[in-house]
Design a protein around this ligand. Structure first.
Ligand SMILES: [Mg+2]
Length: 183
């Protein structure tokens, strides 16, 4: 089995889960980070939590066109890509991990839906992309470990790549706990 640990930053309002950024790390050491050029920037800026924790970590052009306080995403930044391009990169990334790839995320239900919607409706999920994401929280629960006993992230929270790296740390830590119990 090869695992791909991932994390998304997204905007959601109870109806829509819209991709902002995605980070992925594979057991073989590959990493992917991309920011969507297509999310609703005004909606993210208006959202106090997203503005503070997510928007603040994105490549931003400040005072756009000389207007104070008008910030926008830097569309020329190499990490910023159209959704269709991100979909291709993510597909290639997952397929390269091999046919027994497992997707892993933390509290990952929304992440899985938002990821799958890169390709449109559920039925359009491409060959090679797993139809579900393993959840760190479920594995912790299975092992009787409380969420607050898991390894803590040292920094970079809500940067999708930093979060994906931390997810890998936690998943491997849990795998070691599971192994100890069967030893
Ligand atoms: Mg995150």
């Amino acid at each position: 089995m090869t695992a791909v640990d991932y994390d998304l930053e997204f905007r959601e309002d109870g109806r829509v889960i819209e991709l902002i950024s995605i980070g992925m790390v594979a057991d073989d050491g590959r990493e992917l980070y991309a920011i969507s050029s297509e999310f609703d920037q005004p909606a993210v800026r208006r959202h106090p939590w997203l503005r503070e924790h997510v928007w603040s970590q994105l490549p931003i052009v400040k005072n756009w066109e000389g207007v104070r306080g008008v910030d926008r995403l830097d569309l020329d930044h190499p990490d910023v890509r159209p959704r269709a391009q991100i979909a291709r990169l993510v597909h290639d990334f997952i397929v390269a991990a091999g046919p027994d790839v497992e997707l892993w995320a933390n509290w990952g239900a929304y992440d899985h839906v938002c990821l799958a919607q890169l390709w449109g409706p559920m039925i359009a999920l491409p060959e090679g992309v797993p139809m579900f994401t393993h959840d760190i929280q479920q594995e912790a629960r299975r092992l009787g470990i409380r969420w607050d006993e898991l390894p803590k992230q040292e920094g970079g929270e809500h940067n999708a790549l930093a979060d994906a790296r931390h997810n890998r740390t936690v998943r491997r830590w849990l795998a070691t706990r599971a192994q100890e119990r069967t030893a």
